[in-house]
Design a binder for this molecule. Structure first.
Ligand SMILES: Nc1ncnc2c1ncn2[C@@H]1O[C@H](COP(=O)(O)OP(=O)(O)O)[C@@H](O)[C@H]1O
Ligand SMILES: [Mg+2]
Length: 334
């Protein structure tokens, strides 16, 4: 089967202009995408996982014709994203993070009617299509109120309905659960699963590892504008299978980190804050053999170790092993 989404060596650079003094300005180039190549098969539920600033939104905006790439090509449903932009837009329903693109003074139903017209849903089908989405997403209680009165969960549901209005074969969701409470996020993931079961191709973007792992069949891990790992969650984790992961909790001074990096058999080590504790994650091909030396080094650096857990490899560890950073770290260029 031909891929329904083909991305070839896509790059995107932003020129960021900064004022200097009264008359001066300097321009900086930010390389948001540095050559992304991907194939997504029809019917796949595909995850894009990467920290803030990785380039996920930029990639999605290029794929949905909201941004022109700097170089490279992509085909969506057989159409070129630059040459055939109208056909690309007809092939994709999209929900972008933050910018929900809704009209606040209009009711939800009026918004849906407007977008149905904009996306060329035949006039005689519109009312039934809209009612179908209202029933499906259970938004009847509030759909006839103005959008400005909605909670964030209600706005999300309406934005989701909007992305489905023209019944496109491809659905692209950019961090859709970002501002949602736990229950709304769960509802959304359930809807995504249903839509996938019906045969839609879905790209699901997130910086939350557990979400990608729970939902997606294949995942591209993106960092600093590049795909650094690609596969099913199991394949990605198997790439580290020879390695083990050790987690240390307690009070751990940052000065210990360079010393740990200098030890033999350390693939990566990162320090982060978790639930008020510091957590040191060490990836090593020989965790058992390395453990005594690690403990010695930590004590010598003044650490207070409260807990040590050898653990299963998670997708976050895959990211750490590739980058030396955690997914929570913000990598935006400012
Ligand atoms: N309009 C813009 N102008 C300049 N830089 C931008 C713009 N949009 C995004 N960036 C930069 O491009 C990089 C990728 O951003 P983005 O695609 O939003 O990442 P993500 O969605 O993964 O958080 C970041 O360094 C960000 O600061
Ligand atoms: Mg983003």
């Amino acid at each position: 089967m031909d891929p329904i989404i083909q991305v070839r060596d896509l790059t995107k650079s932003y020129i960021a202009r900064e004022r200097r003094g009264l008359f001066g300005a300097t321009a900086r180039t930010i390389h948001a995408l540095r050559g992304v190549t991907l194939d997504i098969q029809p019917g796949e539920l595909f995850g894009l996982l990467g920290p803030n600033g990785a380039g996920k939104t930029t990639l999605i905006k290029c794929l949905t014709t909201l941004l022109l790439p700097t170089s490279g090509t992509a085909r969506i449903n057989g159409y070129d994203i630059v040459q055939d932009d109208a056909q690309v837009r007809a092939s994709v329903g999209c929900m972008l993070m933050g910018e929900r693109g809704l009209y606040w003074k209009l009711t939800g139903r009026e918004n849906l009617a407007y977008f149905a017209a904009l996306y060329f849903v035949p006039r005689h089908e519109r009312a039934a299509r809209i009612q179908g989405l209202i029933d499906r997403l259970r938004i009847a209680d509030f759909v006839d109120r103005p959008v400005e009165s909605y909670s964030s969960g209600q706005r999300m549901k309406l934005a989701f309905a909007k992305s489905l209005i023209h019944d496109a074969p491809i659905l692209i969701l950019d961090e859709p659960t970002n501002t949602l409470d736990v229950q709304s996020a769960r509802d959304l993931r359930a809807m995504v699963r249903d839509l996938h079961a019906e045969g839609r191709t879905i790209i699901y973007t997130t910086h939350v590892m557990a979400e990608a792992e729970e939902l997606c069949q294949r995942i591209a891990i993106v960092d600093r504008g590049q795909v650094i790992a690609l596969g099913t969650p199991d394949e990605l984790k198997a790439s580290l299978q020879q390695s083990g992961v050790l987690r240390f909790q307690g009070v751990i001074p940052e000065t210990a980190l360079p010393q740990i990096h200098a030890l033999p058999h350390i693939t990566e080590a990162t320090l982060s804050e978790r639930d008020g504790h510091q957590e040191l994650v060490v990836v090593s091909p020989h965790p058992r053999r390395t453990l005594p030396l690690l403990i010695q080094t930590l004590y010598a650096a003044g650490a207070i170790i409260e807990d040590i857990t050898p653990s299963h490899v998670t997708l976050e560890d895959v990211f750490i092993a590739h980058t030396g950073r955690t997914l929570a770290e913000d990598t935006r260029v400012k």
